[in-house]
Design a protein around this ligand. Sequence first.
Ligand code: FAD
Length: 251
Amino acid sequence: MTTDFTPATRFAVPGRIAVSNRAASVWQTATLTEIRRETPHSATFRLAVPDWAGHLPGQHLMLRLTAEDGYVAQRHYSIASAPDDSGHIELTLDQVPGGEVSGWFHTVARPGDTVEVRGPLSGFFAWPGDRPALLLGAGSGVVPLMSMVRHHRARGLAVPLRMLVSARSPEELIYAGELGGETTAVFTRSAPTGLPVGRMAAAHVAPLLAEQPPGGWEAYVCGSNGFAEHASRLLVAAGQPVERIRIERFG
Ligand SMILES: Cc1cc2nc3c(=O)[nH]c(=O)nc-3n(C[C@H](O)[C@H](O)[C@H](O)COP(=O)(O)OP(=O)(O)OC[C@H]3O[C@@H](n4cnc5c(N)ncnc54)[C@H](O)[C@@H]3O)c2cc1C
């Protein structure tokens, strides 16, 4: 895999991770190779991108659809898969009611179809796997965090990683079958028997921050605007330094 994230450039700006402007500016054709249902409203789309420059967990891309009449729609999507040499990347999309791009993926797209992608983008939300990571996500906000979890597993990293995710119900918990001991799930509408129903709260965050790994946690928060605000307030109240909270908003 070609990677532009050499240690020398990675921390050129403190806290930021270098992004290759060249890779980010070139549109590439991506071929849909597989569709996997995750929940009633979300699915994973596997894309072959032969010249993909590589990415870091947490990064996203720009996706472009062009209709036969020339109409173009572009949206950002987080990369769900861990970096690897497969020449493929995976995206997980929620079907937004009336949504142009997510609607096309969920109702029209078939293996063999092509789209265009440009990326990877945003070094700020990237996690190179070099520091303890505390991941808080809600709904499809779990997508870039799952790339981090998958990377942590694939590389057998020893650096601590914990994830706290919020979903409406067990049926709507994306990647449910893949989540392990690193993850705590919170359910806001209905929960499995014996588990409470409610919002992510101080009681979920405090135990994670009670454990302080060497160097402290880097927190990554992803979801709607409302969730991002709520979760970052919980983190600050529990003692997480505000400058060590990275936020990606899907709203
Ligand atoms: C950095 C970044 C990463 C993202 N990663 C992902 C991802 O991994 N998976 C994913 O599913 N989405 C992700 N999104 C959201 C994605 O970019 C689109 O906004 C989303 O797919 C809706 O696009 P659409 O064309 O289907 O809907 P549109 O046609 O743009 O919108 C249709 C209607 O839905 C409303 N709407 C738009 N977006 C949302 C939303 N997210 N939730 C509820 N209502 C909405 C609009 O206001 C409008 O009324 C990400 C966004 C950003 C900024």
